[in-house]
Design a protein around this ligand. Sequence first.
Ligand SMILES: [Zn+2]
Ligand SMILES: [Zn+2]
Length: 312
Amino acid sequence: MSALAASAAVFPTNTTLTELLSNKDGLLSFGQVLNNVATMQPQLSFMEKYWASWYMYMNNDRLATGVMFFLLHEFMYFFRCAPWFIIDNLRFLQKWKIQPTKKPSAKEQLHCLKSVLLSHFLVEAIPIWTFHPMCEKLGITMEVPFPSWQKMTLEISLFFFLEDMWHYWAHRLFHYGIFYKYIHKQHHRYAAPFGLAAEYAHPAETLSLGFGTVGMPILYCLYTKNLHLFTLCLWITLRLFQAVDSHSGYDFPWSLNKFLPFWAGAEHHDLHHHYFIGNYASSFRWWDYYLDTEAGPEAKMEREERMKKKNN
Ligand SMILES: [Zn+2]
Ligand SMILES: [Zn+2]
């Protein structure tokens, strides 16, 4: 692979600029590359400068995308889990814990942490490291400047909708017979979930439910031939935040579901872990509402009332 081809992702139409900015001999520090990018491309935004500098500094697009995705996933996951560790130890916030009598012990949390780390390095590392060649084939771009905020917001909203739909049906299937017994049972080890338990799952579950997160944008790109890798980074970060928050075990007066009534949040998913049935969707409440699969005693009572009325 030539030096030019090794870092051609961010300025694909400007080979002179790529040649000038590339860290070909690996002698420049990241700060020096960033300085060069800022001098030659002052019109770029703060994030775009860092993005372009990363690819130029690494001088190997495949490695740059792989390392970036792996670090993004690790950092965002644990960054979002950390506040819940702290909140678990703040007494004045315990009145908002959904299942206050069930607290995970330090031993349980350590077991979960070890399992999640093993899964990150063995299971999730594979698709992350093979991501760049797939992006090249699909035409997912890494160029700067990024697409507009409006385009990215629309695409991320669509991904939330599609992932939620996939999650509802795949998760519902995981509650049937052998799928539950041999695969999904692992995720239900904790009847009162906590943030870190979001990705505590059998590898087959991680890969199949993960299709909703990665596969849906791929299908979108196959159809539109127009998707930016930065949009994917934002989407994966927000999806990670959603997954960790829904397992947090806390429902605050300021939680998102209090402002967006169709947002699922922790209250929705906690009931799923508590009763082992119902509330299969990830981000939104509509699938469980319209298909009558809401979990918990209140939903059960409503269902029974409706049945009575129907039979009279
Ligand atoms: Zn389940
Ligand atoms: Zn769960």
